[in-house]
Design a binder for this molecule. Structure first.
Ligand SMILES: C[S@@+](CC[C@H](N)C(=O)[O-])C[C@H]1O[C@@H](n2cnc3c(N)ncnc32)[C@H](O)[C@@H]1O
Length: 323
């Protein structure tokens, strides 16, 4: 059967042109935001029917595929262990189980998110089928991960939908990448997903300050000229942990592919050639890092133009650690 993509009516989106709001961020902004998000977690039975489910499912499928592609082969002598940075509320527990992962060390800044993740893991019953997960509260910027991992090295380090918080300044990104590099076995992979700065900028368009609908908000908070670090953007998706309110916006930073690539190289992390996964675009160039998300308009549905456009701003990245 022939399947055609649906051309979306652009008119449903508001491109706001009012002046940029001033939001003062305190040091605990990110922790507070994710603590609050953990408190309002929806009951599991309602999650499948919510209006942003289609986007969450697509993003989860991408994470699942990346984990299965970059874990060591089951027949190899290397254990299928993962270090998951910025694990949130443990949304990846089922993916680890399905991928027959042996041990996971998972860390996050938000104590309430980690407590929710631990609860979900205990309730999953996966311990008895051989999945061992140790969740820890840690601020990757300021805490010593070595104390948590006890120097263990992993074939796979993941950081899903979170590296954007480390683009506050160069020092913060370097701290994260050093932890990643120190925690990887030679030949191991560092895999993640994040919004791509270039696509965020083109989504908002030049004369607007926000791309918004009742379900999504992407608001320009950076000052021109936009810099490699510290360029703030509010990015929220309804019924996800990113959703905030006027007092408590989810504020992140723009992530540039070239900046990430250059910074990672200093820690022995290099973009890797990887197989064509149907859920993602091909790389733009031979040594390109980002593979854009390419949601299917037909799967997203006619009325989900806002979710479709937002999903398209994300990209996946994979580095290999060279010794
Ligand atoms: C959008 S959530 C992603 C959660 C999870 N990886 C997922 O894919 O669902 C971003 C997470 O990054 C965490 N985070 C942000 N900055 C952090 C830091 N400095 N150290 C540890 N975790 C951090 C937040 O607490 C939050 O749980």
């Amino acid at each position: 059967m022939e399947t055609k993509d649906i051309p979306y009516p652009k008119a449903k989106i508001n491109l706001l042109t009012k002046s940029v709001r001033k939001i003062t961020l305190d040091d605990n902004q990110v922790r507070n935001h994710y603590d609050k998000a953990a408190l309002r977690r929806a009951p599991r039975r309602t999650r499948f029917h919510d209006e942003t489910f289609v986007l969450k499912k697509y993003h989860n499928d991408i994470k699942f595929t990346l984990i299965s592609t970059f874990l060591p082969h089951p027949a190899s002598h290397v254990q299928r262990n993962i270090l998951d940075l910025c694990c949130g509320q443990g949304t990846d527990i089922h993916k680890w189980h399905k991928n027959r992962v042996s041990n996971v060390i998972a860390v996050d800044l938000s104590p309430l998110a980690v407590s929710e993740a631990s609860k979900r893991y205990t309730e999953s019953g996966y311990q008895s089928s051989g999945l061992n997960v140790a969740f820890h509260v840690a601020d990757i910027e300021n805490d010593d991960l070595f104390v948590i991992t006890k120097g263990q090295r992993f074939p796979l380090v993941t950081c899903f939908f979170a590296i954007q918080y480390f683009f506050k300044d160069e020092r913060m990104l370097s701290t994260l990448l050093k932890h990643v590099s120190d925690s990887l076995l030679p030949g191991g992979f560092f895999v993640g997903t994040c919004p791509d700065a270039k696509k965020i900028i083109s989504l908002i368009t030049e004369d607007a300050i926000a791309f918004s609908s009742p379900r999504v908000l992407v608001e320009r908070m950076w000052k021109e000229p936009v810099g490699a670090f510290g360029s703030q953007v509010a990015l929220e998706i309804k019924n996800t942990v990113t959703w905030g309110d006027n007092k408590n916006r989810n504020v992140e930073y723009l992530v540039y592919e070239s900046v990430l690539k250059k910074a990672a190289q200093q820690y022995g992390l290099f973009p890797v050639e990887w197989p064509n996964l149907h859920l993602l675009e091909q790389t733009g160039s031979q040594h390109g890092l980002f593979r854009g998300f390419c949601p299917n308009t037909r799967v997203f549905g006619e009325d989900k133009y806002d979710l479709f456009e937002l999903s398209r701003t994300y990209a996946a990245f994979v580095f290999v650690k060279r010794s």
